[in-house]
Design a protein around this ligand. Structure first.
Ligand SMILES: [Zn+2]
Length: 448
């Protein structure tokens, strides 16, 4: 298939915009990129899809999300509003996750996947919790991902907060799914070993997880130093700061993701860099929980690999770009902070490298021969010059959520002309409304 007559935004090493360009897609992979005229001449028998001057871009990548949180939308928690991050966890998230049953897990994922397709987000790295339905929960999500046709890496968050049996069940769910993902032939699914956060994990459980992960060729996906309470807890428990504690436990490494890292000091950043550990930044979530702003520019400058996630906020990743671009300026009182290239380094270059951890055979997140054919068409026709050099500022100030008209993952169209092709949004929303009403009832019944 030849997607022709587009403005091709390649990203990747070339990082150029090809005017009147074309992308050839063959068996899930990009096989040629160039100008429309030459590619049409070279492949006269190909089916041609006319992009009508739209931008043809690599699909967005989300480095950290929570499909399980979707049913929180619009839910009111009785009593005084939570005063701080630990109260938000206790009153909202640790009640909602407990209320999720098997089918809720699947539909919570499906509504997020609808949102992802509509916003051209084709790769998602999820972190799951459903303590009342642990065993098999990742299969529920995997089914939803497969129905959607997207690319996702899944894990279950191990935690001690619900006692040793559920901690063990979480470990088993990770191990089971990691083994299944390695044996399975579905190339769009990948796995990691999930851990909740330092503050809900004992040294013994961390050691169990490290030994359970032996031989599975995996890293860990864990929240770290999100609120100051995580550092306080770690110092109290171990005399070490969070990243040092996790490092000593064997959690860091080039396949591991430490989510947030808001309250990390210089030596923790050095450990992150020297171990090649991934960090993800979620500014919308950090603002919402009032936990602070991560030292992202310092980490990037020193060579820590920081990607961009959404922590369960909308899968319109450009909204996360905008939050990142704005919040660092306000936080530091300096409009020079967090330039467009820094945001792009996280959201494009680093997220693409992170995707390579889970899909090592080919590049994701770039338009080049040999890369995964994960693409979107963006109906954006600016009134000023658009170049590869100023593209970040077009995305930050010009791109809107509804500009995506078509989404492709692994060479398969998931949306065209804004019409979803793999998922029925109305059916999914109708069932989700029925299920979420019961989830809300159970969540409220769990309130102290
Ligand atoms: Zn998170």
């Amino acid at each position: 298939m030849l997607i022709s007559n587009g403005r091709i935004v390649t990203f990747g090493a070339a990082n150029e915009i090809i005017e009147n360009g074309a992308v050839r897609v063959e068996e899930g992979v990009i096989s040629a990129v160039g100008d429309t005229e030459s590619l049409r001449a070279a492949y006269p028998d190909d089916e041609v899809v006319d992009a009508r001057g739209q931008l043809v871009m690599p699909g967005n990548i989300c480095a950290h999300t929570h499909f399980y949180g979707a049913f929180a939308r619009g839910m009111a928690i009785p009593g005084d509003p939570p005063r701080d991050f630990p109260e938000i966890l206790g009153k909202l998230w640790w009640k909602l996750d407990r209320a999720l049953l098997e089918e809720d897990v699947k539909y919570s994922a499906l509504v997020c996947l609808v949102d992802a397709i509509k916003h051209g987000t084709t790769t998602l790295i999820d972190h799951h919790a459903s303590p009342s339905a642990i065993a098999g929960s990742l299969d529920q999500i995997a089914e939803a991902v497969t129905e959607a046709g997207l690319r996702a890496s899944l894990c279950y968050e191990v935690t001690d907060r619900n006692g040793p049996e559920e901690a063990q069940a979480g470990i088993e769910e990770n191990v089971r799914f990691l083994r299944a993902a390695q044996e399975d032939t579905d190339p769009l699914l990948a796995a990691s070993f999930g851990l909740h956060a330092s503050l809900t994990l004992s040294d013994e459980t961390l050691a169990h997880c490290v030994s359970a992960a032996q031989g599975l060729d995996t890293g860990f996906h864990i929240h770290a130093a999100e609120g100051i309470s995580d550092e306080d807890d770690s110092l109290r428990k171990s005399g070490k700061r969070v990243v040092e504690r996790l490092h000593d436990a064997g959690i860091l490494g080039p396949k591991s993701i430490l989510v947030h890292c808001v309250h990390v000091d210089a030596w923790e950043m050095e450990l992150l860099r020297d171990t090649g550990t991934w960090v993800t930044h979620q500014p919308r979530s950090n603002m919402n929980n009032a936990v602070g702003v991560a030292p992202v520019e310092t980490m990037l400058r020193g060579g820590v690999k920081v990607g961009l996630g959404n922590d369960g906020f909308s899968n319109n990743m450009w909204a996360e770009w905008k939050a990142a671009y704005l919040v660092h300026k306000l936080w530091h009182g300096d409009p020079r902070r967090m330039g467009g290239y820094d945001v792009m380094q996280m959201a494009v270059g680093n997220n693409a490298s992170l995707a390579r951890v889970f899909w090592p055979n080919r590049p994701t997140g770039e338009i080049s021969p040999g890369a995964h054919a994960d693409l979107m068409l963006v109906d954006y026709h600016p009134f000023t010059e658009l170049t590869a050099g100023n593209l970040p500022w077009h995305i930050l100030f010009g791109f809107e959520a509804d500009a995506v008209t078509a989404t492709m993952c692994a060479g398969r169209w998931l949306m065209r002309e804004r019409r979803l092709l793999t998922l029925d949004e109305a059916d999914i929303a109708a069932r989700a409304r029925e299920l979420s009403a019961k989830v809300w009832e159970r969540t409220l019944a769990l309130q102290d």
